[in-house]
Design a protein around this ligand. Structure first.
Ligand SMILES: Nc1nc2c(ncn2[C@@H]2O[C@H](COP(=O)(O)OP(=O)(O)OP(=O)(O)O)[C@@H](O)[C@H]2O)c(=O)[nH]1
Length: 189
């Protein structure tokens, strides 16, 4: 299984790069938190970065075996999370088993990820939201390319319609705080 840390967004709402951001109550930044949680479950972890944060992330993971920083692949760069997932599938000529985690879920635990890892084709659901950027499925670059060529860049459509992923329900919503904005903590507690 290949872990994918989605870290190639623009973080406009957050106001600074979410992957490089270190929460006041954490010892490492969000990218490291995600890599550290995926690593025990995955053979390899790909950090899907953008052109701005690639230099810092490449330096950060230079000594980490089984971690590689990748950037979006043409012609589907910077069109949302599916751009990063497409880039991850481009690393292999074969169907790839992907455990995907957005970098802006700092409190998602290894336990949550292992539940996802143990189900084929699934994504996380909490009572208040569906979390399509926390998902596990096997796909190929051809399947993804054909979908993106339809001009649909919605991760939800790909996950539910193409991959036919099932939601896995988790009750502990506090683990799924999504740091899209600096106020995320306020809403969480
Ligand atoms: N590789 C890659 N990842 C992306 C892209 N857009 C978003 N992501 C990642 O997908 C996850 C969900 O993205 P969003 O939170 O919806 O978007 P964002 O760009 O991070 O933030 P906003 O600019 O505030 O919308 C985050 O972990 C992003 O880093 C993209 O074009 N390429």
């Amino acid at each position: 299984m290949i872990g994918v840390v989605l870290a190639g967004g623009e973080s406009r709402r957050f106001g600074q790069d979410k992957a490089l951001y270190q929460l006041p109550n954490q010892r490492v930044n969000n990218a490291q938190l995600a890599v550290d949680k995926l690593s025990p479950l995955c053979d390899r972890v790909l950090v899907s970065a953008n052109t701005q944060n690639t230099p810092a992330l490449t330096k950060q993971f230079a000594d980490s075996t089984n971690v590689a920083v990748i950037t979006d692949e043409p012609p589907f760069e910077q069109r949302g999370p599916l751009s990063g997932i497409y880039a991850a599938t481009c690393q292999s000529d074969f169907p790839t088993d992907l455990l995907v985690m957005a970098v802006d879920y700092p409190y998602v635990s290894v336990d949550v990820l292992s539940v996802l890892a143990n189900h084929a084709n699934c994504y996380a659901r909490t009572p208040d939201a569906d979390h399509y950027t926390l998902a596990h499925f096997t796909t190929t670059r051809e399947v993804l390319r054909d979908f993106l060529l339809l001009d649909d860049y919605r991760l939800r459509d790909f996950i539910t319609e193409v991959q036919q992923c099932d939601p896995i329900s988790f009750a502990n919503a506090e683990l799924f705080v999504n740091y899209n904005t600096p106020e995320a903590d306020f809403h969480a507690h």
